[in-house]
Design a protein around this ligand. Structure first.
Ligand SMILES: Cc1cc2nc3c(=O)[nH]c(=O)nc-3n(C[C@H](O)[C@H](O)[C@H](O)COP(=O)(O)OP(=O)(O)OC[C@H]3O[C@@H](n4cnc5c(N)ncnc54)[C@H](O)[C@@H]3O)c2cc1C
Length: 336
């Protein structure tokens, strides 16, 4: 039985474990379960190799409320930053363990969580879920993705190296711009399809970089373009647009940069209440299920947050988490 189990070793999960260590909890009583082989699996998978990690991502204010904080840095420096946090706070992480289901057992000691994973069952007095939304990328809803094109339709750019290809990127946020910049550098011919006419969701750096590529005619931007159908053109995706001004065109690959989705079903099976499509939590991130906290991207907004908003959610949770953990320690120490 652990005092605190955290599911997910991304920025939020690591920050909460560090906060718990900093207020005096032994590393043997706090455990992170991570489905990847390394921490920050989502960042490793979705960030382009030469991307700059910006502290004010998506316009979130870069103001840190707790123990951890970052400034602008490279992807490698971001991973090293977390290596150092894990080492200096001696954070206990078990890798290659995916949590499938959780239920709460009431018992005379006040109840605990039963976490079913790919490597057996773990029990925790307090549970924090920090699985982010990147593991469930949004897919287009308006048209079908032909199964025969599976290998050509992608939701990140690290699963397969894309080089010397005709690539279409779909999206209009920071991630779309970063994918354009990276794939252009990897000698691809890049086209961006965005359904709006103006880019309003990008940070200044990403917008400037995209506009510069367009001005130099290194990237083609199809503004106000809506895809209505994908066809299989001898193994390549052929894109049909609603707008007649955009002729049908075949690409080698399409990369969708449409953000991620809250894992609603996973949270609903736990009995977490929802409001306007988002899980309902208080300021500390505690849900209607006592002792169950949600932190990080899961609770920031439908379109996700940033590394600093993930850190701040852990900073807001720690006081309540600490109080509950100490209560449990007292209970465990009390004579029968
Ligand atoms: C392309 C891209 C670029 C970005 N650039 C920036 C930037 O420059 N600056 C910035 O601040 N933010 C950036 N962000 C956003 C930032 O990465 C996220 O806001 C942040 O990573 C959220 O942290 P998190 O801990 O909530 O979730 P995640 O980082 O998604 O971490 C969740 C972790 O949980 C693990 N996990 C998931 N499901 C399970 C399970 N069932 N069992 C066990 N483990 C599980 C995952 O493997 C992962 O390691 C970017 C996002 C993307 C997609």
């Amino acid at each position: 039985m652990f005092d605190l189990v955290i599911i997910g070793a991304g920025p939020a999960g690591i920050a909460l474990a560090a906060e718990a260590r900093a207020v005096g909890h032994d590393s043997a009583t706090v455990l992170i379960l991570e489905k990847g082989a390394l921490h920050n699996w989502a960042i490793r998978q979705y960030y382009p190799a030469h991307k700059k990690t910006t502290a004010n991502y998506k316009g979130h204010v870069a103001q840190c409320e707790g123990l951890l904080c970052i400034t602008d840095m490279s992807k490698d420096e971001t991973i090293t930053f977390f290596d150092q946090v894990i080492q200096s706070y001696q954070i206990n992480i078990r890798y290659d363990i995916e949590a499938f289901a959780v239920d709460r057992h009431e018992d005379p000691d006040g109840g605990h969580f039963h976490i079913e994973t790919s490597k057996g069952i773990f029990d925790a007095r307090v549970l924090a879920i920090a699985i982010g939304i990147l593991g469930r990328p949004n897919k287009p809803k308006e048209y079908r993705l032909p199964p025969s094109l599976k290998d050509r339709l992608m939701f990140d750019i690290t699963t397969r190296r894309i080089e010397n290809e005709e690539v279409l990127i779909v999206g209009g946020g920071d991630t779309a711009s970063e994918y354009v910049q990276h794939l252009f550098q990897q000698a691809n011919r890049v086209t961006l399809s965005y359904r709006q006419h103006e880019f309003k969701r990008m940070n200044d750096g990403n917008l400037a970089a995209l506009m510069a590529l367009e001005q130099r005619r290194e990237v083609l931007i199809l503004r106000g373009s809506n895809i209505i159908e994908l066809q299989d053109d001898a193994g390549r995706p052929r894109v049909i647009f609603r707008e007649e001004s955009y002729a049908p065109r075949s690409f080698d690959s399409i990369v969708y940069a449409l953000g991620g989705t809250t894992p609603v079903n996973f949270l609903r099976t736990l009995g977490v209440a929802f409001e306007n499509g988002m899980p309902k939590t208080d300021r500390a991130g505690e849900t209607n299920v006592p002792g169950l906290f949600l932190i990080g991207d899961l609770i920031v907004s439908k379109s996700g947050g940033s590394i600093i908003t993930a850190f701040n959610s852990a900073a807001r949770a720690i006081k309540r988490v600490d109080k509950l953990m100490r209560l449990e320690e007292l209970r465990a120490a009390a004579p029968a």
